[in-house]
Design a binder for this molecule. Structure first.
Ligand code: PMP
Ligand code: GLN
Length: 427
């Protein structure tokens, strides 16, 4: 990925280990995430960088995707009660039984999937740990791992950590939103393909993959005998489009690891309670790695998330209010001179600044994001931060930036007013 790359923090090199040692694992990880500078320095993630910029400049932070209102009070009360009841020591490595049961029941109720809570579910430290443990458990140097491009940063970082080669298939903007280039997908799937890491609803584009697109991915996975890891953290945050879990496609449940998290669905991103489910043999592989990453975490939060998962109203209400906030921000961005691809899901919108850049004297989305706090008092993320540096997708999306709309309406209105100033003469 390419980031704004503020000068890298100087990296600890080990000169006495000799020239031939090559890079250490952390450097492969940083490099895969586009964070390793030519001088050996390492940058923080684009999300950390842009949130720090927002704090420094007092700008409205529409960069990092986290809600500015917490999830329901009764879920907080459940966590407080769990602490008071003394659920403060290690949770079982697989997660507390009531949360594993709630995950299995959720998958049955919403998608008709049969999941055994005892052998086919693992509670993790957010979706991030589920992703990293799955990728580390099942891929290695010599394997190809295919993702969509643009891609979420931790997918690329974990592939870098594993030593596998990261190949991509682009999502291309058009009148129907960002759509998968199925020919490119097929071309990218060589005999080395071991895993496909999917993400739908998709961060950063807001695309929700259609049944046909998913069927094309499934066909490639079957043909190459690849495992699919599907990141469905935005499964409930859709606006009319149907979210179809990959595991529900014919023949796919046996080769699919499905990942989700309470962060997005219930607005508790700081609790870091996620989960992965799939066939027992793949869960055994993921558990083996996961137990040596954290073993277990968030003991009192796990029963609270189980309570939340039993309740289908909270995510439904969040999705409805997000649809209104999406419309509000999209209208504001269009009025400011951006061309917007309306998202079908997530809480992100991609906006093309091509029409604005020349009159602002700016080159691309990276330039714009660097200057946006000063020009408009708003922070956003350049789309190229989700791409391989210089890739065809990075070139195609050079003038795009991502804004989040998971903020209160008043905040979005204020951001829209500020952004409108961009198209005024003299801006
Ligand atoms: N996957 C995607 C696509 C995301 O946007 C995020 C950000 N929350 C995550 C995974 C990480 O989820 P968690 O905070 O549960 O680790
Ligand atoms: N998922 C959040 C986003 O895309 C970022 C989470 C993080 O900072 N790693 O904005």
């Amino acid at each position: 990925m390419s980031t704004l790359h503020s000068p890298g923090r100087s990296a600890d090199r080990s000169p006495d280990r000799g020239q031939d040692r090559g890079r250490d694992r952390w450097q492969d990880t940083a490099s895969a995430a586009g964070l390793l500078a030519d001088d050996g320095g390492v940058a923080v993630t684009i999300f950390a960088e842009m949130s720090a910029l927002a704090v420094r400049t007092g700008a409205i932070n529409l960069g990092q995707g986290f809600p500015d209102v917490d999830g329901p009070g009764y879920v907080k009360e459940a966590a407080i009660a769990a602490i008071q009841e003394g659920r403060n020591q290690y949770a079982p490595g697989d997660g507390v039984p009531e949360l594993r049961r709630a995950v299995a029941e959720h998958q049955k109720r919403h998608y008709g999937l049969d999941v055994d809570p005892d052998t086919e579910v693992l509670v993790t430290t957010g979706a991030t740990e589920a992703l990293t443990a799955s990728i580390l458990a099942l891929t290695r140097a010599g394997d190809d791992v295919l993702t969509l491009e643009p891609f979420y940063d931790s997918h690329a970082a974990a592939i870098g950590m594993s030593g596998a080669t990261h190949v991509t298939a682009p999502l291309v903007p058009g009148p129907d939103g960002f759509r998968l280039d199925v020919d490119a997908l097929r071309a990218a799937a060589t005999p080395r393909l071991r895993m496909i890491v999917l993400n739908s609803p998709h961060n950063p584009t807001g695309a929700v993959l259609t049944r046909d697109e998913l069927a094309a991915v499934a066909a490639v996975a079957r043909e190459r005998d690849a495992i699919v890891v599907t990141d469905e953290v935005y499964e409930h945050l859709t606006f009319g489009a149907e979210h179809v879990p990959m595991a529900t496609l014919p023949g796919m449940a046996g080769r699919t690891l499905t990942i989700s998290s309470s962060g997005k669905t219930f607005s508790f991103t700081g609790w870091k309670i996620g989960w992965v489910h799939g066939p027992a043999h793949l869960i055994t592989a993921v558990r083996t790695v996961k137990q040596f990453l954290t073993y277990t975490s968030g003991a009192p939060f796990q029963p609270a998330v189980a309570r939340a998962l039993d309740d289908d109203d909270t995510p439904r209400e969040l999705a409805a209010s997000l649809a209104d906030r999406r419309d509000l921000l999209c209208a504001g961005l269009e009025a400011a001179g951006f061309t917007v691809t309306r998202p079908e899901g997530t809480y992100f919108v991609m906006a093309d600044a091509a029409g604005l850049l020349p009159r602002l004297g700016l080159r691309d989305g990276v330039d714009l994001c660097r200057r946006l706090p000063e020009l408009a008092g708003v922070v956003a993320i350049p789309a190229t931060a989700f791409c391989h540096a210089g890739s065809p997708t990075a070139q195609a999306l050079a003038s795009h930036v991502r804004f989040t709309f998971v903020k209160q309406e008043a905040v979005l209105r204020e951001a829209a007013t500020r952004l409108a100033g961009l198209s005024l003469p003299g801006a």
